[in-house]
Design a protein around this ligand. Sequence first.
Ligand SMILES: C[S@@+](CC[C@H](N)C(=O)[O-])C[C@H]1O[C@@H](n2cnc3c(N)ncnc32)[C@H](O)[C@@H]1O
Length: 302
Amino acid sequence: MAGVLLYGAPAPGLAEIPKGAVQVSPLILGSQDLAELDDASANQAVILAPGGTLERDYVLAQALRVLKPGAPILAFALKDKGGSRLKKALEAFGCEVGEDARKHHRFCRAARPKAPKGLADAIAAGGPQLRPDLGLWSQPGVFSWDRIDPGSARLLEILPKLAGKGADLGCGVGVLAAAILASPNVTSLACVDLDRRAVACAQHNLDDPRARVLWADARVRDESLTSLDFVVMNPPFHDGGSEDKALGVAFIAAAAAMLHKGGTAWIVANRHLPYEHGLGGAFAEVTVKADAGGYKIFEARK
Ligand SMILES: C[S@@+](CC[C@H](N)C(=O)[O-])C[C@H]1O[C@@H](n2cnc3c(N)ncnc32)[C@H](O)[C@@H]1O
């Protein structure tokens, strides 16, 4: 069993990470799922807390559930990304919290109380759940967890019925994939996401033998994804909270590498993102199919 739990990847020098700590962030490939660890089984937890309230409370509650009574927990976050609310969040679970500030972060230290309060409620509120409005399983913390992203909605408005073998890169909980699989001419669809929570929900949501859901980094070449007829994506453009245009450009290059000549990529982009150059270099023909409401939809033929 895990001796020390580590959630997230703090910048070097920010917090002391004991050797052999077990990574439990769903955003790090290969990590363990906190939800699967036994009650009162871990000796220590070091948590770079996520900013969203439901997501943060879920992580803190799961960590307190998994820690042995009296075991230390260190939770920290940038002051303006939820750090200033961490102390209250831990106190609500019955912890006595010591707080200090360093490098724009708030650090909260506590020992796991003998009888923490409210863990089950926080775990239920922040755990996987069927969203009646989406008709899909989702979880706080995954991309656009409780509503369809407006860019994805625009793509769905104009996406033709696709056919053959395809991929959905950065599939999230499977909003685009579910619509794509409505076409009987789609023979297979690989759905790739880096977020383990999204992958678990997509597996529930895409109960279709043609769908294969992969917990993977879409930028890393997968030899099983070649000669595809189509790729669909609404690529991420944030990494660790800050904008990263290189992510979308890497997704475009990955899509081009997966397609056969003549294969098509459908791409959603926020209007301000400069994807035209990357698309022009990787594809023979690029058409803007829609440009409204802050989003562009590209069809790119290899
Ligand atoms: C803009 S969201 C789109 C989600 C979904 N397709 C939709 O339309 O709602 C981008 C997705 O890419 C995922 N992601 C981020 N970096 C990734 C990477 N390197 N490889 C695979 N997926 C990634 C995120 O977890 C997120 O689910």
